[in-house]
Design a protein around this ligand. Structure first.
Ligand SMILES: [Zn+2]
Length: 179
């Protein structure tokens, strides 16, 4: 699915995937939280005091989706937050009420894990982690190139086992090489 998305956007596996471009192609508008300050001054708290409390949410009107996201987050984190919400859309996850009857937040861990996984693969492809492991970019450079946090680069490299795979193929090659 991540490769299909890249293909449809005309991107190779090593290109930066801009979540705003993806959202446009899916006709999903993105609204920054800061655009609500005039109508709802209370959102300032989420922008300035407790930024970690709110990342992003998909709001439904019938089948139409709109994403509201915390634009006070680090740009790399914003990209992950946006891609996570777009992944929910690509995976056709159904809308649920934000809160249940007792005022607790509805939370489906499987659905959240799926969205987070797809989001990570869309932002940093398996190919990209192999290129990083081969030394094409440092973690910092890769984070800048793919518009994500260094933590996301580490997470994706661990998830694909890229460093181990590159080490193994290098070891196999040196065993085959004539001495
Ligand atoms: Zn989610």
């Amino acid at each position: 699915l991540a490769s299909e998305v890249r293909g449809e956007l005309g991107l190779g596996e090593l290109d930066w995937l801009n979540p705003h471009t993806l959202a446009e192609s899916l006709a999903i508008p993105i609204l920054p939280l800061s655009s609500f300050v005039a109508e709802a001054p209370g959102v300032r708290h989420l922008l300035e005091v407790e930024q970690d409390v709110f990342s992003a949410v998909t709001v439904f009107a019938g089948t139409r989706r709109t994403i509201v996201h915390n634009d006070a987050h680090h740009p790399g984190r914003q990209h992950s937050n946006l891609c996570h919400e777009l992944a929910h859309g690509l995976l056709h996850h159904p809308p649920t009420a934000a809160l249940d009857d007792t005022g607790c937040r509805h939370w489906d861990q499987d659905i959240e894990d799926e969205a987070s996984w797809l989001s990570g693969v869309m932002l940093v492809s398996d190919e990209a982690t192999l290129a990083i492991a081969r030394g094409r970019w440092s973690e910092r450079e890769a984070a800048d190139h793919f518009g994500v946090t260094p933590k996301m680069i580490q997470y994706r490299c661990n998830a694909t086992g890229a460093r181990l795979r590159v080490q193994r193929s290098r070891a196999a090659r040196s065993r085959r090489a004539p001495s």
